[in-house]
Design a binder for this molecule. Structure first.
Ligand SMILES: [Zn+2]
Length: 270
């Protein structure tokens, strides 16, 4: 399991402090590195059992028509991180869900999270631009998703600087990264670790190994993917692959929870 690092190995966490001014002058890569390794919202996970979450970024329409339907069949809620500004548009790889699709997901009981308004790299934004992005995202989602809209965020492209991480962790209950790892012990709610659920990079064997590791370490596994189609993009999953992962978790008796439910299970209040 060398590629899987637990989100629990840090020391010196001082979550109540804000970013010192001198850190805002860091080079871009240094700032990203600090954001990754320095916990700004540390919490001790108190889950009684391991947890698996299935999350979808952007969200391609097939994540709703195929992905959500698979979760529905298994009685599992997913978390869909939506950027309303790109809803209904045609991407290089897929058609992005439109707002009616977002409403459909919400009605079906799934969690709607925020992924900025315009699907932009957070690091590229000023403080006021980011504040505007998240406010617009939240308002647009609330209009269609109602109470299904949570205060959980996923970084577009996994990109964030140290100052913007501080800004977001004050606004959101959790922020999910794309840094590979499981979440157990002392975890950083502002940099939740995740695991790709892509046909290209995972297999039944690798997923089984991750789930077994989660049981051994009482961890929270957050899978993430994009499109869910028989011939998925390089960052997507086939329906068969997603179904296999859900079945593998259920076969082990691991509870499958949306991110908001998982946070409650680890003892975090929204
Ligand atoms: Zn994205």
């Amino acid at each position: 399991m060398n590629s899987i690092t637990a989100n629990s190995e840090w020391v010196g966490a001082r979550g109540s402090e804000r970013a010192p001014k001198r850190l805002t002058g860091l080079c871009a890569s240094g700032s990203r590195y600090l954001a990754r390794i320095v916990p700004t919202k540390p919490v001790r996970a108190k889950n009684a059992h391991p947890i698996v979450s299935f999350t979808f970024d952007d969200v391609p329409d097939s994540a709703r028509t195929n992905g959500a339907r698979i979760l529905d069949r298994h009685g599992v809620r997913g978390t869909f991180y939506v950027a309303p500004g790109i809803c209904g548009t045609q991407d290089e790889h897929w058609t992005v869900i439109d707002m009616r699709g977002v409403a459909d997901l919400a009605r079906s009981g799934h969690e709607i999270g925020c992924h900025t308004y315009s699907h932009v790299k957070v690091q590229s934004l000023t403080q006021s631009d980011l504040a505007r992005e998240t406010q617009r995202c939240f308002e647009a989602l609330r209009d269609v998703g109602g109470s299904a809209v949570s205060k959980n965020f996923a970084y577009p492209f996994g990109n964030v600087s140290f100052p913007r991480k501080f800004q977001l962790d004050a606004q959101f209950t959790s922020c999910r990264s794309i840094y590979t790892g499981l979440n157990s012990g002392l975890i950083d709610l502002a940099m939740l670790r995740s695991v790709e659920l892509y046909d290209r990079t995972s297999t039944e064997k690798s997923i089984n190994a991750i789930l077994d590791h989660a049981i051994a370490t009482n961890a929270w596994v957050i899978f993430y993917t994009h499109d869910v189609t028989p011939n998925p993009s390089w960052i997507g999953a086939s329906p068969t692959h997603l179904d296999m992962a859900v079945r593998a978790a259920k076969a082990r008796g691991i509870q499958c929870l949306a991110v908001d439910e998982a946070l409650t299970a680890i003892g975090v209040r929204a």
